[in-house]
Design a protein around this ligand. Sequence first.
Ligand SMILES: Nc1nc2c(c(=O)[nH]1)N[C@H]1C(S)=C(S)[C@@H](COP(=O)(O)O)O[C@H]1N2
Ligand SMILES: [Mo]
Length: 398
Amino acid sequence: MSGRTLTGVAARLEARIPHTESFTSELRGPRTAARVGVWLGVALSVAFVTGLYSHASQLATPPVALPTAPARLYQVTQGLHVAAGTAAVPLLLVKLWSVFPRLFVRPPRPGRELALHLLERISIALLVGAAIFQLVTGLANSAQWYPWSFGFVGAHYALAWVAAGSLVVHIAVKLPIIRRALSEPVDDVAAASPGSTGPVAPTRRTLLRATWLSAAVAVVATTAAELPGLRRVAVLAVRSGEGPQGIPVNRSAVGAGVADQLDDPAWRLRVIGPASTLELSLDDLRAMDQRTAVLPIACVEGWSASGQWSGVPVRDLAALVGAGSGEAVVVRSMQSRGAWRESRLPANFVQHPDSLLALTLAGQPLDPDHGYPCRLIAPARPGVLQTKWVHELEVVPA
Ligand SMILES: Nc1nc2c(c(=O)[nH]1)N[C@H]1C(S)=C(S)[C@@H](COP(=O)(O)O)O[C@H]1N2
Ligand SMILES: [Mo]
């Protein structure tokens, strides 16, 4: 191809790409973008902070001792995480729509200007890419749908830092525009003047109201499952409170491959400690002092449900084998495969009297799907660490 034809092709392409000015809607632009951006920033910040907390809760050894109270702490933070992420979806869509014409700004001539322009574009590409990745993977995860081959936790965590970093840069760069846009009225007075004739175009205020409404609907639809009477409107909540003994089931006994071991009369709980190792039958456990606590199962995927659990405090079992007060306990399931067959109860959680090796739920022996013959249930802890079908406890140094 000759140089001339190339220039011709480029010119024709250039003519087809719209210009920033080709977009004429008055609804787009900084005044919409800044207002939606503020709430998008709030939603992403809430998701980021609660996400860091959730991540720390799931580390084998958290960097600092995490609080064991209130019992609903993780339920609330993870509910906020999922609600904020879901609310961010309509906010992000409107935000992208409002600044979309900026995509077609022609780059300045080579030089310092161009370098700055490219830097700004790259940081926005990172921010938009990371935000979309986080919202899509987060929503898919809460639907328990994994249409990808990478590890969700690692990728979602890493991209959270990319999103947070590029968000800070973006806000810093745009601050002058944001401040000006927020100081201006949402709509020009003329647009809203009642005396004007002709068809009434939607105003920016209408667009913003519709946006807030969508975000609010998203929040209610993800969180209402826990509120009495509102369960039916929680259409986006994956679990709606159904399941044996009133609590949803994440992984069933059949799914975990333990169903045929549950009624084995030879079942014993092994408790391994610094001083001794014990083997306790179900009757031995039933004969110990029982404690009852109302505690939620709060799954990382966003659903949660409270139950009345009874069983033996883990610290009593640990004390039987010579544990002091500063040791952690590793909890192992009879499940032979899967990431959640084992969890570690940090020392401060072991000491909490409501950290139970539960034998009953709502006064009945555990349903096979809830972890019969016994399961771990502890306050302020992600559902994923509430190990079911327990057969071994080991006291380990903190
Ligand atoms: N052994 C074992 N324990 C487990 C799981 C599992 O797959 N295997 N799933 C965990 C997850 S992710 C959650 S949310 C809770 C759910 O408990 P439930 O099914 O009794 O509601 O159990 C946890 N305990
Ligand atoms: Mo879970």
